[in-house]
Design a protein. Structure first.
Ligand SMILES: Nc1ncnc2c1ncn2[C@@H]1O[C@H](COP(=O)(O)OP(=O)(O)OP(=O)(O)O)[C@@H](O)[C@H]1O
Length: 602
């Protein structure tokens, strides 16, 4: 399946039974077949023990109590106690073993999903909400886990239980058994009619719950904007609607459920009364014993339990089908950008970059974003990419990093085509610093070492010093061991930028890509950043996506990108002389800065 086909629409709660999925799910169970076979044997033994109980009661009454034989009472009493004790032990074993196995299967599945997810290309993540991807890894694997934990064993256990009960009833007295089954069509009618409605309500309740979660997630993520725009009241209203829908769906499900199972019990009672009526007659006539009737009724009561359990498992299977489909969709999505079969490790590079007639579009049905781009950059050159928004600057560097593959033409680094080398060897020699540098949870040191875990302490210290991280790290009590929290929320914008420089410096790439930060920092931090930048850029081929043209005057080459093409190319002075788009952009920014300076009196 291609990544584009991956459906990002509404999540469906249940799917029809699908043998192919079940077979595929079974592959995850296969490694644990021995332990599962053992569990099934334990469960069956337990079931036989439990089915024997009413018969023991029968003999206790008929042969013990009625005949005043204390020996029989003692033996049967001990047998009942013994069977319960064994049942307890087997129950403990089976619950533990099945849950452990379920967790192991979940672990395997989650690990496989996570590993696969990391190999997927940017296109997969483009426009696909993170929340949905996350819910596939957590909720959907859980649904599968529940099926294994509860469903699988319940199915085996309750089905054999049901067959066992029917067989015993028929064996005890087939006429009486058939008489008691008279109420079955009524039961089928009620359960058959109501169960889909109940399930529908539960499914609606789950859907509204996931909408609540989505809303909550967005609110927490966007709390700053929410408060800044004073949107609390509107948000409250939206949340209240979702909350209300969830409450109503839950209440409807409970109302229906509380109607169905008492009705089932009522029908069960009708069956029991029929048996009692005919049975009482037979006992009085001396055809049946009291113990027999007691045991028979006990079995009848046990008949309803498996029925209700099986109907619940069925809906569990259907929801696991929907989850399986979503999980397999991810697992079947091939990474678009991957190593060719004959890919070799990229040799250590100097940093020459050639774009040979490169074109690119983000999707087959979208227009070209880059058209016939030709470039030749020498090792160590400092290249600035400028141009209007949406012109294709980021796309050029995305292709260079091979986050996407060019749809036409070739990209060569030191004469090696980027598609002919392994992704890891390519990216290890390149570094990227984005506008909003992503900082991971962990310590400042962890983040510095991100691209080079084996760096010596000395190298770490030097890198930190040269971009002045040591200055701000020393402000914290724990220094380099300070936890920066998720996304570096403990750090300022400038500090995050410096940390990103330090990280890339330590990984020592030959080619560096830098998306210049647009957010403004104070003049002193700006100076620090500019000084750090000079250190980072030294001796490397650098591509800088520049937003402030004043910062790139000393670039070796300035590429002016317009409508997916290189419209102009040269040094600052050359381009100003040409009097083209660059000069226009430069003059506009210059005038804006001047008028800003006049307004602020700076
Ligand atoms: N992931 C994507 N999927 C589809 N289209 C995209 C994607 N990323 C960018 N585009 C489109 O490609 C074109 C070029 O975008 P690109 O990000 O390269 O522009 P840019 O010059 O870097 O702009 P800016 O200066 O605003 O960052 C734009 O029209 C944009 O809408």
């Amino acid at each position: 399946m291609s990544q584009v086909e991956w459906d990002s629409g509404e999540e469906i709660e249940e799917k029809p039974f699908n043998r192919a999925y079940l077979k595929r799910l079974f592959r995850y169970v296969l490694p644990y077949r021995k332990v599962l076979a053992f569990v099934i044997v334990i469960v069956l033994i337990n079931m036989v023990l439990s089915l024997a109980e009413p018969l023991l009661v029968r003999y206790m009454i008929d042969d013990g109590i009625m005949k005043k034989d204390f020996m029989v009472i003692n033996i049967l009493g001990a047998a009942m106690l013994g069977s319960k004790a064994i049942g307890w032990l087997l129950g403990y074993l089976h619950t533990k073993m099945i849950n452990f196995t379920g967790q192991r299967i979940l672990y395997d599945l989650r690990q496989q999903l996570f590993n696969h997810l990391q190999t997927l290309s940017f296109r997969f993540f483009d426009g696909r909400p993170a929340g949905k991807i996350m819910s596939r890894i957590t909720n959907d694997t859980n649904a599968i886990g529940e099926l294994v934990n509860g469903g699988l064993i319940t199915m085996v256990m309750e089905f054999t239980h049901l067959i066992g009960i029917v067989a015993i009833l028929l064996w005890m007295d087939w006429k009486l058994a058939l008489l008691s089954f008279i109420t079955l069509p009524l039961l089928y009618l009620i359960v058959g009619l109501m169960q889909p409605k109940i399930e529908g309500s539960w499914s609606h309740s789950r859907k509204t719950m996931s909408a609540i979660n989505g809303n909550l997630n967005e609110t927490i993520q966007g709390i700053r904007v929410i408060q800044a725009f004073s949107r609390q009241r509107e948000n409250d209203r939206r949340f209240e609607q979702l909350n209300l829908r969830n409450k109503n769906a839950f209440m409807r499900a409970i109302t229906l459920e509380s109607m169905v199972w008492p009705s089932v019990e009522m029908i069960g009672m009708i069956g029991t009364c029929i048996v009692l009526w005919f049975g009482a007659q037979a006992v009085m006539d001396g055809d049946l014993t009291l113990g027999f009737i007691m045991a028979f009724i006990n079995y009848l009561w046990r008949f309803w339990g498996p029925l209700s359990a099986l109907s619940k498992v069925y809906s569990q299977v259907l929801s696991a089908m929907a989850s399986a489909e979503r999980i397999f969709e991810i697992l079947d999505t091939e990474p678009e950008v991957k190593d060719r079969a004959d890919a070799k490790a990229m040799k250590p590079i100097q940093g020459e970059v050639v774009f040979d007639d490169v074109s690119f579009r983000y999707a087959a049905d979208k227009p070209d974003v880059l058209r016939s781009v030709n470039l030749r950059i020498k090792p160590g050159q400092r290249v600035a990419l400028v141009g209007p928004t949406g012109a294709g600057k980021s796309t050029i560097v995305n292709l260079l990093m091979r986050f996407y593959d060019a749809t036409g033409g070739r990209i060569l680094i030191d004469g090696q085509e980027v598609t002919s080398v392994t992704l890891e060897s390519l990216r290890r020699q390149m570094g990227i610093v984005l506008q909003d540098s992503f900082i991971f949870s962990g310590t400042i040191e962890d983040n510095l070492r991100y691209g080079n875990e084996d760096a010596s302490d000395e190298a770490l210290r030097r890198a930190a010093e040269s971009v002045r991280i040591d200055k701000f790290a020393s402000q914290f009590a724990d220094g380099f061991d300070t936890q920066v929290e998720e996304r570096g929320s403990k750090l300022s914008v400038g500090q995050r930028q410096l940390l990103a420089f330090g990280r890339v410096l330590l990984s020592d790439p030959r080619i560096l890509i830098l998306d210049e930060a647009t957010s403004s920092v104070d003049t002193e931090t700006e100076q620090h950043i500019q000084a750090a930048l000079q250190t980072v850029l030294e001796g490397r081929t650098a591509f800088i996506i520049a937003h402030r043209l004043s910062t790139i005057r000393d670039a070796d080459v300035i590429l002016v990108v317009r409508d997916g093409q290189i419209a102009e190319q040269g040094t600052h002075d050359e381009l100003i002389q040409q009097g083209g788009l660059y000069k226009k952009l430069y003059m506009t920014q210059y005038e804006m800065q001047q008028s800003l300076a006049l307004q602020t009196g700076a």
